[in-house]
Ligand binder design. Structure first.
Ligand SMILES: [Zn+2]
Length: 242
């Protein structure tokens, strides 16, 4: 039972330490009574772990909150019984920081916070985070795509290829995809390995599974499941420098 004074508050607060970062929009907070709370950051939707930039979004969020004391403002739970919350470190708002860094979509279906919409469009315009990628797929669309058919054995990366209407027979080249610097490659240009020889040689290769960018000198260049990309797409490969 709650007290009369507290009941006047529209929002509940929770203070604790972040003990787990599950992905780019879900964390676990341990409070002072040693109770764990799963928190879904409200108003944002980060790429799924199996999606391009999923790992990068998780790492970015971990960089902000892992091990930190946070305050969570919330007033409802989602259908998985996770707290839908706004996370703060001191006075900085983490949900907003994820949008600003370009590691999440503003979840407009469930939220209409103007600052969130603005943060997303600024990140888009500056091509920060996932907006540097080619034709980012909103996580909700990605999840629905996966729900319709059994999950691909590679964790869903194959999704990207499916608008093509299946792979070409071996030895039969696909229609040439024209590439101009600065232009976004159409989804149809992104297919699983093996590499199509007609793809543009942009000098950079984004591996779909790892979200790592390789340069021409790398053994992985055009050898992994991925697609041609630009200089600042994805994360730098540790071996070749990206
Ligand atoms: Zn490399």
């Amino acid at each position: 039972m709650c007290c009369l004074v507290a009941c006047n508050r529209a929002e509940e607060g929770l203070i604790g330490h972040v003990v787990k970062v599950s992905d780019g929009d879900t964390i676990t907070v341990l409070d002072s009574s040693k109770t764990q709370h799963k928190i879904r950051l409200q108003g944002i939707d980060a790429p799924e772990k199996s999606q391009a930039y999923g790992d990068a979004a998780q790492r970015y969020l971990a960089g902000l909150v892992a091990g930190q004391e946070v305050r969570v403002a919330w007033n409802k739970r989602d259908k998985y019984n996770r707290i839908l919350g706004t996370v703060y470190i001191k006075r900085a708002e983490v949900n907003l920081a994820m949008l600003r860094a370009g590691y999440a979509w503003h979840y407009k279906k469930f939220d209409s916070t103007p600052a969130y919409a603005q943060a997303e469009s600024e990140a888009r315009a500056a091509r920060r985070g996932l907006w540097a990628g080619l034709d980012p797929i909103p996580p909700e669309q990605f999840r629905h795509g996966r729900a319709r058919t059994p999950a691909a054995p590679d964790g869903g990366a194959r999704r990207l290829a499916e608008p093509l209407g299946g792979a070409s027979p071996p030895g039969e080249p696909r229609a040439r995809t024209e590439y101009r610097a600065g232009r976004t490659l159409p989804v149809a240009a992104r297919t699983p390995a093996p590499v199509n020889a007609t793809w543009p040689d942009t000098g950079y290769w984004l591996s779909t599974n790892s979200n790592k960018r390789h340069n021409r000198n790398c053994e992985n260049y055009r050898k992994t499941r991925g697609y041609p990309c630009r200089k600042n797409d994805g994360d730098r490969c540790g071996k070749c420098g990206g």
